[in-house]
Design a binder for this molecule. Structure first.
Ligand code: ADP
Ligand code: MG
Length: 322
């Protein structure tokens, strides 16, 4: 076996997906792709480090899925359509089983979103995976973090807090029914990027972000970039799954605000567009919930259905350097 090159050919070049806009895929010094004239190229990159982003015993197929999923989620948050990906794998040893499972998880998701793996890098070292996803968005239509306006509604897709609760269950800190535990663990290990929802929100959402580090923190990025503030109605958060797992109201709210890894889309939009957005997302099978309002006063205020300010534990999200 010719080491590194054979490995690449065996595990990463076997992608069945071939896009017509890829002039040159894996195998040369660079890949070549063509970008349509009326489109902008959206580029995003995310790294996953063992022990930081995933537990050491995480199944390789789930890692492959998640490494790509979190990147497609960033494209979704911009309203971009995924097209290509590059993949850098650093691993401690040549492990056929691991590589086969990892590449299957990655390539299955790629196939589902018509993404072609067009290149990457393979090195030896502590397990670490970096993916760059490349997407296309009609020029000028990308949804940025900076577009939220005073009076806009704040909305979120799906449910939140599930990934954080799954982590607690896996660490033995929380017991729950097997069915629910499996569902939440899938949220953590096999997140489903909201690609169709993001593309549908072009021209409808004023700002968007994907929730990777916790809703309070990620919404905070929209507020800062847009130079506005907001009130969140904490009892309106879509946290019914983690309530079903037996969390108290305060725990569920705090977890929904601070738990990361949900990869739902949090976005803002003028309130009059909500019915259209709801109908279109429903058509995609994606639930959406209105959870607050953009306001002029800077900062994020948390209010319960009782009208009182919510004071839980810290709702700070994940920060690698704090
Ligand atoms: P170079 O030495 O020119 O950087 P490499 O030996 O790193 O080339 O890679 C050879 C080819 O295989 C390149 O086209 C590169 O993009 C691709 N490649 C390497 N590792 C991966 C990977 N993990 N996934 C996909 N493509 C890869
Ligand atoms: Mg290289």
């Amino acid at each position: 076996m010719n080491g590194e090159f054979d490995l690449i050919a065996r595990f990463f070049q076997r992608t069945s997906r071939r896009r017509s806009d890829v002039t040159l895929g894996i195998g040369d010094d660079c890949a070549l792709v063509s970008v349509p004239q009326d489109q902008e190229l959206a580029l995003g990159m995310d790294t996953m480090v063992e022990g930081v982003h995933f537990l050491a015993d995480t199944r390789a197929a789930n890692l492959g899925h998640k490494a790509l999923a979190v990147n497609l989620s960033d494209l979704a948050a911009m309203g971009a359509c995924p097209a290509w990906a590059t993949l850098a794998v650093t691993m401690p040893a040549y492990d056929e089983q691991w590589l086969g499972d990892f590449s299957s998880g990655f390539l299955e998701l790629a196939e589902r979103f018509d993404v072609q793996l067009i290149g990457g890098d393979t090195t030896r070292g502590p397990l670490c995976i970096t993916v760059q996803a490349h997407g296309l968005v009609p020029t000028g239509l990308a949804i940025r973090r900076s577009g939220a306006a005073v009076g806009d509604a704040i909305l979120i897709t799906g449910t939140i807090g599930g990934a954080a609760v799954a982590l607690r269950a896996m660490r033995g800190q929380l017991a729950m029914a097997t069915g629910l535990r499996d569902l939440l663990q899938a949220r953590l290990e096999r997140p489903q990027p909201r690609v169709a929802a993001g593309m549908m929100l072009r021209g409808l959402a004023s700002a968007a972000i994907d929730v990777s580090d916790g809703l309070a923190q990620d919404l905070g990025h929209i507020l800062l970039a847009s130079e506005v503030g907001a009130t969140l109605w904490v009892d309106q958060l879509p946290h019914h799954e983690i309530m079903a797992a037996g969390l108290s109201r305060d725990d569920a709210v705090t977890t929904a605000l601070s738990g990361g890894d949900d990869y739902e889309l949090c976005f803002t939009s003028p309130a009059h567009r909500i019915p259209v957005i709801q109908a279109k997302l429903e058509g995609l099978g994606v639930a959406v919930t209105e959870i607050g309002r953009v306001e002029e006063a800077p900062g994020l205020r948390l209010r319960g259905d009782d009208g009182l300010p919510f004071r839980g534990r810290s709702t700070a999200g994940y920060d690698h350097f704090s």
